[in-house]
Design a protein. Structure first.
Length: 239
């Protein structure tokens, strides 16, 4: 009899836990945001939202994505936004491109690091922390040093001297030809193309990522149809 009671209790508890799990994994679309966070060893992509806590005035944050080391994947559907992630590719679709950027966590102009390398000059005592990076501003559609726009039509600044000659950023506008954006440490004039474009396809490669640092190898933006895709790894096109 006692075994039967214990079994029923266990089944009831499991059912309650499953229900709670399902409830927590159903996103609150109003508070939903997608976070693109450069961590120590890689780019973490997470979806976060608020859920009711122990009282109406309290809440807790639910996070899915790379914060879950067992299974980073997620598939979210809201009335005006869908977002999916498989550990490598993030895909977002909204009623407009602004609808996408409104759901990106507001940090550093909603940018994503194309390349990021961080270290201590004295690792033994973890002193003098340094970061080398360059980013793409997903809101303004600009290449930045992580904070401000990198000047067009000239060589990179001394601050970006860590970028190797072999680092390349190229792009396609509306599915057209592949054009250079960053080549041989020079940034071309590209922003007028981006302003007029319906779709922007950015490809990036930096050989340093094979031995230190990390980054993003493709970003696809469809301004007309409200689409954003971010690829941690992607083949650089031949042309």
């Amino acid at each position: 009899m006692r075994k039967v009671i214990l079994l029923i209790s266990a089944l009831f508890s499991a059912g309650t836990m499953n229900a709670a799990y399902a409830e927590n994994k159903t996103p609150d679309c109003d508070s939903l945001n997608i976070m693109l966070m450069s961590m120590k060893d890689g780019l973490d992509i997470n979806a976060n939202w608020r859920t009711t806590g122990s009282s109406p005035k309290k809440f807790k944050t639910v996070s899915v994505g790379d914060s879950n080391k067992t299974d980073p994947s997620f598939d979210i559907s809201c009335p005006n936004l869908t977002a999916s992630y498989d550990g490598n590719v993030l895909k977002m679709k909204a009623d407009s491109y602004k609808g996408i950027t409104d759901h990106l966590y507001k940090q550093l102009n909603r940018g994503v690091d194309l390349y990021n390398y961080r270290w201590y000059t004295d690792p033994k005592v973890k002193a003098d922390f340094k970061v080398d990076k360059y980013s793409f501003d997903l809101e303004r559609l600009l290449l930045t040093d992580g904070y401000i726009k990198m000047p067009e039509g000239g060589s990179i600044s001394k601050k970006q001297s860590f970028i190797p000659n072999t680092a390349v950023i190229s792009y396609k506008i509306n599915g057209g030809e592949l054009k250079p954006l960053l080549v041989n440490k020079n940034v071309t004039k590209y922003s007028s193309d981006f302003k007029a474009a319906k779709t922007i396809d950015i490809y990036h490669k930096n050989p340093d990522m094979a031995r230190r640092g990390f980054g993003v190898e493709r970003i696809f933006v469809d301004k007309e149809n409200g689409v954003l895709e971010i690829y941690k790894e992607h083949v650089f096109p031949p042309k």
